[in-house]
Design a protein around this ligand. Structure first.
Ligand code: CA
Length: 226
């Protein structure tokens, strides 16, 4: 997997490059914004772009993000910046960056974010998230299993969406409550079990010919696509 690092501060760039290489990534480094844009536009070449916001040359980091997204380049982008205010963070994400790291950051934090971004299914280009024969179109909110429609309630849809978005990861009941029921603090963990049973029936048990997808990891939580 190749990662493009765009950073004009040599010291930071070298530390980032070393850390990524120690995790067996191949790293290209650009320090000028025009050269960075040219490199980043190569379709399907980089698995991830780590992009400093303030750069020498014609563009700043945010402009590079917009140009890439306008040209349907959906490579995940982690923005690096010295500006830590909420407004800048929102601006960065609205432009189409996938995550945002405020300088100074620790290398461990950077590596953790990189790993999360690389695991995330690509939803920018295609709105369909898929595990096995289960497909969810997040634009139309249609769910199918083996090409047959699955009817889900609002809550079941949200729950499945969160599982799919974090596919391969074990999600605790507490985490599911926080993300799927966040408007209601009084949810009990057995509510999660009840909804998980509904969901399981609709996407697994109703399709006996298909491989079951939702897994219970006893004592830890649930996982899809593990
Ligand atoms: Ca800079």
């Amino acid at each position: 997997m190749k990662i493009l690092v765009v950073e004009d501060e040599r010291r930071v760039a070298e530390a980032v490059k070393r850390a990524l290489e120690s995790e067996n990534f191949q790293v290209d480094w650009e320090s000028d914004s025009a050269a960075a844009l040219k490199a980043a536009r190569r379709p399907d070449f980089y698995g991830l772009i780590i992009l400093d916001r303030m750069l020498p040359g014609p563009y700043d980091g945010l402009e590079i993000v917009s140009i890439l997204r306008e040209n349907n380049i959906s490579t995940p982008i982690l923005l690096l910046t010295a500006l830590g205010e909420v407004k800048d963070r929102v601006e960065g994400l609205q432009t189409g960056a996938d995550d945002y790291l405020v300088k100074p950051f620790s290398i461990r934090e950077l590596l953790a974010r990189v790993k999360v971004l690389l695991k995330r299914p690509k939803v920018a280009m295609s709105s369909v998230i898929q595990v096995g024969t289960l497909k969810m179109d997040t634009q139309t909110q249609r769910v199918t299993r083996a090409d047959k429609p699955v009817k889900l309630s609002n809550r079941e849809y949200k729950l499945l969406h969160y599982l799919l978005y974090n596919q391969g990861e074990i999600l605790s009941k507490e985490r599911l409550i926080a993300h799927v029921w966040n408007e209601n603090a009084d949810i009990m963990t057995n509510t999660v079990e009840v909804y998980m049973a509904y969901l399981r029936k609709k996407i697994d048990r109703d399709f006996p010919g298909e491989k079951p997808l939702i897994e219970t990891v006893f004592g830890f939580g649930y996982r899809i696509g593990g």
